[in-house]
Design a protein. Structure first.
Lengths: 318, 430
């Protein structure tokens, strides 16, 4: 019997390196528990040469942030003909950019808070004060300020007062060249994970997130005990069904594959608002995806192993 | 329906752990460990400068000849031979005492923890420099002490600021129990107290009944002249002196010590036994063997030359490349320079941009217990070689320029000073 070798990509140079390494270690252990030969592999100047010398049967990309989620590494895998779990490079390019993903979702009839995406150069050329005044006039306050690319809520702020917008923008520009100012919708924060088993997408039990502060920020995400989770979310069953359907539509609309996690706000009227989608969701001890998998009655190892075997069967060159 | 906080023991944790968190800043340092990044962040000694072959033979001989002792439990106060040898090290900074006055610890960090353990009740005031060593702040926080910062200038802790802090506490009917200070080659400020200032600080502390905790890990790593004489050399009764082999031999050995007045020393030994039973016998005997058989004074001189060359590379690069209105301290020893950004820039907000540019530093806020330090950052020159330091400063200068542009765009910079900068950048530590 051939022993399959799986490379779990984790680490990289993004600000989410630490989270990615934790996700990677967890998935490697889960795959080994299922009898697969899983190797944890950081991404560096030796990676491609190593693959040329010893190509794995499949790669599980768990790099968070740019290069991991913008599709770049997946492009290389496609060039090398190495099967990998997760969405294609082309789909990642669209999904990783929050305003683009929101635009595509809106075009498919999915409600998403209004936003503008503005590069630093535009603020400089047109004058930040005037630009911000026009944005505030259009979207009102409070506003969410987010880097357009990146995860773990790094650089994300909720701004109540106009006077705080400049410092929030300076912080967000630390993580990306383009920043999104987004209408702030209040309500229940939820995450919907989607997995494909034998190619058929299904939404997992919906997780309600109750962070300790106004933003589900880095500490709230990665310090066990700081955030409260309810599974399924404490919402009407009709709203839960609506959310599951909407998450599947986002998954399909953006051309995603194998697994995704979308983040939503459900307002007081029960209307879900799409915020963003993740193509390499976190797999740490406090991450949402493993919680959803567990509540679906399965395990991270079973799900990822299933995806690996499916990908190898589908994509491995004959 | 299931509800969880993913930690079933949440209600059981001690109150003193409540401030511990993950922090995005800490996460960014995971990237700093990659070889592509020039890390001016960590204070890692350049242990490669040691004669590792000789050290290896020393340890091998130790195990072969005295392994049954080295691998056994030892004394809670520490190996007596090593304590005698420590006297020849502390003698270089003017500290002369009896071996029984010494408690060997697992790094001087443990000595500091033991001092806090035997002195600090929740709410007790500890005076520290502004800024102060991040590891000390963590220790005092873990014992729920109230840390109060005292201003510094180019010669370290300011006596007048110390008097004011003590008077302010007195007006509230309170007093500080400890004054924690790093008089030589300060971490992070890079400055050094002169002899007269040390005497003045000791006098103020003595009059106020405050025990001085003198942390001296860098005292032998001065670049000019003789090592500064320790405060403990002037006052045997009012000072607990903390020393370490981490910077003069190797940090991985985790061997440090405390020298304390006898009553305090007794309590330190009891506290040490309660914490770890005894420090590692193997590590202590390795240090002892090294001191007995290797040219350790020559090695310290070699370390000084390594660090002096790196300090020079840092300062020359900063002078050549940093934007106007950036200032920094000029260390005469140790590992660090403390940099002050142009007004309005925030070193923590700038860190992700720096990491993207492949250079890392420690934001200044980490060295304060009260949120100060936003415009400061600590640069360590101890680990990267001079060429990497120059490259790191080049990257950092680019990042600061970009941050200035960002701050000007958004009006968060209150300074538009792009004129010629001061020829001799001075510290701005208050």
């Amino acid at each position: 019997m051939t022993v399959l070798t799986i490379d779990v990509l984790a680490g990289g140079l993004s600000p989410e390196r630490d989270v990615s390494l934790r996700s990677g270690r967890r998935v490697v252990e889960a795959l080994r528990d299922r009898g697969l030969t899983a190797r944890e592999r950081d991404v560096d100047a030796n990676t491609v040469a190593a693959w040329r010398a010893d190509a794995p049967d499949c790669v599980v990309p768990l790099l968070h942030g740019a290069a991991g989620e913008d599709g770049a590494v997946r492009e290389i895998l496609e060039c090398m003909g190495i099967p990998y779990v997760g969405s294609s490079a082309a789909a990642c390019r669209l999904a990783f950019d929050k305003p683009i993903a929101k635009t595509l979702a809106a075009a498919a009839g999915i409600a998403t808070p209004a936003c503008v995406a503005i590069p630093q150069s535009t603020f400089r050329e047109l004058g930040a004060r005037d630009v911000l005044a026009s944005v505030e006039g259009s979207l009102g306050l409070p506003l969410m300020v987010k880097p357009t690319r990146g995860g773990s809520a790094l650089g994300v702020s909720r701004v109540e007062h106009a006077v705080d917008l400049p410092s929030a923008l300076v912080e967000a520009f630390g993580y990306a060249d383009v920043v999104m100012l987004e209408e702030c919708r209040s309500g229940t924060e939820v995450a919907v994970c989607v997995i494909e088993r034998t190619g058929i997408a299904e939404a997992l039990p919906i997780i309600e997130i109750v962070p300790p502060g106004p933003v589900y920020d880095y500490d709230a995400r990665y310090v066990a005990g700081s955030t409260e989770f309810h599974v399924p979310a404490r919402l009407d069953s009709s709203v839960l069904a609506l959310l599951s359907d909407a998450a599947l539509r986002v998954h399909r609309t953006l051309g995603l594959r194998d697994l995704s996690r979308s983040d939503w706000i459900v307002d007081g009227s029960g209307q879900p608002w799409f915020l963003e989608v993740n193509v390499a969701p976190g797999m740490t001890e406090t991450s949402l995806f493993p919680q959803a998998i567990q509540h679906a009655g399965t395990s991270v190892g079973a799900v990822i192993a299933n995806l690996v075997l499916h990908r190898i069967a589908q994509d491995r060159p004959a | 329906m299931s509800s969880t906080r993913l930690d079933p023991w949440l209600a059981s944790y001690a109150e003193r752990t409540h401030g511990l968190n993950a922090s995005a800043i800490r996460a960014l340092f995971a990237v700093a460990s990659r070889p592509e990044v020039v890390s001016l962040a960590g204070g890692m000694p350049y242990v490669q400068a040691l004669d590792l072959d000789a050290f290896g033979h020393t340890v091998q001989r130790l195990i072969t000849e005295r392994g049954s002792v080295a691998l056994q439990y030892g004394s809670g106060q520490g190996d007596v031979t090593l304590r005698e040898q420590i006297l020849s090290v502390t003698g270089l900074v003017g500290v002369h005492c009896h071996p029984d006055d010494i408690v060997v610890t697992t790094g001087s960090q443990m000595a500091l923890d033991l001092v806090a353990r035997i002195f600090c009740d929740p709410g007790d005031v500890v005076l520290v420099e502004a800024p102060s060593y991040v590891g000390a702040l963590g220790v005092f926080r873990s014992y729920q002490a109230q840390v109060q910062h005292v201003g510094m200038d180019e010669e370290g802790l300011q006596p007048e600021a110390l008097r004011e802090a003590i008077a302010g506490l007195s007006r509230q009917g309170r007093r500080a129990k400890l004054l924690y200070t790093i008089p030589s080659f300060h971490n992070p400020a890079g400055v050094t107290q002169g002899a007269a200032r040390r005497a003045e600080i000791l006098s103020i502390a003595h009059d106020a009944g405050i025990l001085v905790v003198e942390d001296d890990p860098y005292g032998l790593l001065g670049f000019e002249g003789e090592p500064p004489q320790a405060m403990r050399a002037q006052d045997a009764d009012g000072v607990v002196y903390l020393g370490s082999f981490s910077k003069t031999i190797a940090s991985g050995l985790r061997v440090g010590w405390a020298i304390a007045p006898h009553a305090i020393r007794e309590r330190l030994v009891l506290a040490a036994e309660s914490a770890v039973l005894c420090p590692s016998n193997l590590a202590q005997m390795a240090v002892s063997e090294y001191l007995a058989t290797q040219p350790w004074m020559e090695q310290i001189k070699a370390f000084r030359e390594v660090y002096r060359e790196r300090r020079d590379a840092l300062l020359e690069s900063l002078q050549a490349l940093m934007p106007a209105s950036t200032t920094w301290t000029i260390p005469a020893g140790g590992f660090y320079s403390w940099l002050t950004l142009p007004e309005g820039l925030d070193s923590a907000a700038m860190l992700p941009r720096a990491i993207s540019a492949m250079v890392a530093y420690v934001p200044g806020t980490g060295f304060y217990a009260d949120g100060q330090g936003t415009s400061n950052l600590r640069l360590s020159y101890c680990y990267p070689d001079p060429d990497r330091i120059r490259e790191g400063v080049r990257r950092l200068a680019t990042v600061v320029e970009a941050e200035l542009e960002l701050a000007e765009t958004f009006g968060t910079s209150r300074s538009s000073d792009h004129g010629p900068r001061a020829v001799t950048p001075g510290p701005d530590l208050r």
